[in-house]
Design a protein around this ligand. Structure first.
Ligand SMILES: Cc1cc2nc3c(=O)[nH]c(=O)nc-3n(C[C@H](O)[C@H](O)[C@H](O)COP(=O)(O)OP(=O)(O)OC[C@H]3O[C@@H](n4cnc5c(N)ncnc54)[C@H](O)[C@@H]3O)c2cc1C
Length: 349
């Protein structure tokens, strides 16, 4: 069930579809992919509170957002992924980036940062992974060294390197996971600080319209107010707490991208004549390449919706269920995309 009212959610999805039909045509998306280019102007449109304000979906109402829940985020993520997975990643990385604030921030921090993200349409990046610390974040080496004045901590100097950060080279705000004396902690960092730089965009195999970059931090100062939650050592628990939610979002990407590929194959089968009839009338084709994928994708949807309803019903502790949704839906999406390639053209060797 939607947390937003149904009309608002449907209006968002329709506006998104209309925008994509006009502005994000397949030729343009292919060009972005070929040029490995992040479409700044598209993201500006989508985040402009006057025009679109897509980011407002996941910002609570008290901070100027629309207060959507997990179900709403799943529907928007699926729709975005149907359009382009790279752009979807750019849009939704902000959601990931704000998670540490939403889960672990003090009331004051939430009001300040979420309020700014809502009104200024800021792109956010989530900086956890390091070259040697991916699956096992406990081994990260980025350090946050306290800066004291008159015996009181007034801030931290952060030094280290982050790797493969979505929106890394384009964000205005970063949440950075670093080792403080009291343990691993999240910090909010604004772009353009002295000592901060980022690498060139990674030349990826897919989702090429998303920006993925390394971050370099050399004694970047952040004021003590930017320590999320105000207490050191809460970082890993805060990162863990949002996995149910974020895994659901990635699962929805698999669902949307898989359906987009499958629908293309279905349309093709309804016009392509082979062996004296339309491919859509041949069961050897439909029951191998199309039907099983529709079944798997819709089973993924049912599971995603079940997890979303549990989260929205007040049980955010859905890390395992989120992982099941992510695994099943992304595997189903991938298989649908592979079969769609076969459905359009089988190479006989
Ligand atoms: C396109 C893209 C965007 C990304 N965006 C972000 C982002 O915005 N922010 C961010 O912080 N990170 C981001 N990441 C990083 C991502 O979260 C990491 O890639 C992920 O955490 C895995 O870490 P790793 O790449 O170091 O792989 P590794 O941890 O080195 O894992 C390599 C392989 O070993 C397996 N493995 C690892 N540990 C074990 C174990 N104990 N037992 C058995 N198998 C194991 C893994 O499953 C994997 O198959 C992004 C990555 C990509 C590719």
């Amino acid at each position: 069930m939607t947390t937003l009212d149904t009309d608002t959610l449907e209006m968002v999805l329709t506006t998104l579809r209309d925008y994509a039909a006009k502005r994000l045509k397949p030729e343009y998306l292919r060009e972005l992919d070929e040029r490995d280019e992040f479409p700044h102007d598209v993201l500006r449109d989508l985040y402009d509170p006057e025009k679109f304000g897509l980011h407002l979906i996941f910002i609570p109402e008290e901070y100027g957002g629309l207060g959507g829940g997990a179900y709403d985020v799943y529907r928007v993520s699926e729709q975005m992924a149907r359009i382009d997975l790279g752009i979807a990643t750019g849009v939704l990385a902000t959601f990931l980036g704000t998670d540490p604030i939403v889960v672990g921030g003090t009331e004051e921090q939430k009001a300040h940062w979420m309020g700014r993200i809502a009104s200024e349409g800021l792109l956010v990046a989530y900086g956890a992974t390091e070259p040697q610390a991916g699956s096992d974040l406990g081994t990260l080496t980025t350090r946050a060294v306290p800066v004291e004045e008159d015996g009181k901590i007034i801030g931290y100097k952060i030094t280290g390197r982050k790797q493969w950060i979505s929106n890394g080279g384009v964000a205005k705000l970063y949440t950075i996971l670093a080792n403080a004396p009291g343990g691993i902690s999240w910090f909010v960092m604004e772009a353009g600080q002295p000592g901060f730089s980022y690498g060139k965009p990674e030349d990826k195999h897919g989702i090429r319209a998303s920006n993925t970059a390394a971050l370099f931090l050399d004694e970047v100062f952040v004021p003590v107010e930017n320590l999320i939650g105000g207490v050191e050592g809460q970082g890993l628990a805060q990162a863990q707490a949002v996995f149910g939610y974020t895994r659901l979002m990635v699962g929805s990407f698999g669902l949307g991208a898989g359906w987009a590929a499958l629908e293309r194959a279905i349309r093709y089968s309804q016009t392509r004549v082979q062996g004296g009839g339309l491919l859509s009338t041949k069961q050897a084709y439909t029951h191998k390449l199309l039907v099983p994928n529709a079944v798997h994708l819709e089973a993924s949807r049912a599971y995603i919706e079940w997890v979303a309803e549990r989260i929205d019903g007040g049980d955010p502790d859905q890390q395992t269920e989120g992982a099941v949704a992510k695994y099943f839906a992304t595997e189903s999406g991938n298989k649908a995309a592979e079969d769609a390639i076969q459905a359009l053209s089988l190479i006989h060797i």
